[in-house]
Design a protein around this ligand. Sequence first.
Ligand code: TLP
Length: 336
Amino acid sequence: MAAIDLRSDTVTRPGAAMRAAMAAAAVGDDVYGEDPTVNALQEAAARRVGKEAALFVPSGTMANQAAIRVSTAHGDLVLASEGAHILRYESGAAAAISGVQVATIGSAGIFTAEDVRRALTPRDHHHPPCTLIAVENTHNASGGRVFPLEMLSAVVAVARERGLRLHLDGARLFNAEIATGIPAARWAADFDTVAFCLSKGLGAPVGSLVCGSAATVDRLHRVRKMLGGGMRQAGILAAAGLYALEHNVARIADDHANAARLARGLAALDIFVDPFPETNIVLFSVPNDVDFAARLRASGVLVNTVAPGRFRAVTHLDVASDAIDDALERIRRLCG
Ligand code: TLP
């Protein structure tokens, strides 16, 4: 019985065509800036999100943390969403690497301009200066929610008024593009730094891009080196990323359809799904059953526990709609 792995969209394995692109990649030493495939990926990524330049880094965490590092000074305040990945799941890096204090605002992954205004510190010596707002779109911990564009524009207006910088954790930026029809470049337009991952919905094995002005990317480059993220013949990995950007964006619509299919199927089994997924992440609850994920694993369906009795299932390139039906059947047998 093959396992159906819904723990994350990070679990995908490169298929034959992606592996062929990797095998054929022209490479060089990227620390010297001489890897033609890395350079091509960086140019393609910058174009795709409408920025001057981009930098290839090993992970979404490094992309976010390098961005925070270049936009803040030690002792600054960063505003982010409730449940923000940069705060919750990056091993304390914002404090450890940038020495910043992160305060969360709003609820369920989104916040208003008013939330920002209320959180802004007075300019006196008691308070940390607020220098950066971080937006996560789509928002992982709130079930792949899309940050509404109008709300974002109002947040951007406050940031401009107060001279704050803006970072977009767009680990799943292309999920937002596909869910809304609003291009990634429009979502990214007002941000000083934009991170997106190749190794989630796009199905590449490794890597993220962090994008911005040429001057910002130059500073990011130094931070990447400092963090040990300078890679050598990384074109082998970049080739997978180029392949993913070309072939795996439009198909994200299938992941969203599968997430909706899973959510409907769970609801039909009287399992509480909340919120209904906007993209590829399904959050559901089986109250008083803390062992549900372990029992489900024994029947060959893998999900993550996000809180006691609350679970996350993520759809991706390696699960087709019949695997969703199969997972639902295994869950039905477990619950029945
Ligand atoms: N998220 C992972 C886990 O860390 C929770 C997952 O399985 O969803 N930003 C966001 C919004 C993310 O969801 C993630 C990864 C990252 C950044 C970090 O990316 P990596 O894992 O490449 O460092």
